[in-house]
Design a binder for this molecule. Sequence first.
Ligand code: IPE
Ligand code: IPE
Ligand code: MG
Length: 240
Amino acid sequence: MPSDSFTPPQHVAIIMDGNGRWATGRGWPRLVGHRKGAERVKEIVAASPDLGIKWLTIYAFSTENWKRSTEEVLGLMGLFSRYIEREADRIATDSVRMRFIGDRTRLDSRLRGLMDGIEARTAGNNRLNLTVAINYGGRDEILRATRALAVRVAEGTLDPAAIDDAVMSGMLDTADLPDPDLVIRTSGETRTSNFLPWQAAYAEYEFTPTLWPDFSPAEFAQILARYSSRERRFGGVVKA
Ligand code: IPE
Ligand code: IPE
Ligand code: MG
């Protein structure tokens, strides 16, 4: 358990990267890395409430990941379905609320049905809010929101001058989520790859060289401890 001086981030977002390298480095197919990565997700989700985290958002598939081979894309989609099917009971009994962000229209109807089902089944849970980004891209999300706002303006039901931070935030897939306090990326890449550009405008970032299949709850706890010693100023000045 965290000590009294530990101020955990309320909302942690993770760019789970490095599954492919973890597998190919061992001479195995990339999908083996994705399967191992899914096992890690279970551990990190299970560890989160005791680390003081209320909101956990994980990047599982980006709008750019369709560029990968059909085999890899279909393998990942199958993994998402199996994860929901196999984990549903545990998620529900652990009082985890599961949500998804991203454009669902390009996902197959069976996966979409599973996503809708677990969202509805866990809607009353509140121990941990787990959000999985599937076919998510920050620019795509902002474009979809902008189009929806433009429709209202064209209909005459929205005054352009009324579009402020809150209105925009409310149009995004993350309308019900607080902004992330901390974004973690594994695998040593120091880029954000289109993840939560609006929401993470004031987030803290942590980059670790660890590949996602090797990312342990112990390393997660270390990163959270480092976060608690950071000073967040939000553009202001901290009084001496
Ligand atoms: C992250 O691992 C998972 C997804 C993007 C789906 P990668 O598959 O990107 O692994 P690397 O970066 O190729 O090692
Ligand atoms: C970001 O990882 C997307 C996910 C973790 C789902 P990528 O591996 O797709 O990102 P790039 O290609 O290195 O920027
Ligand atoms: Mg990658």
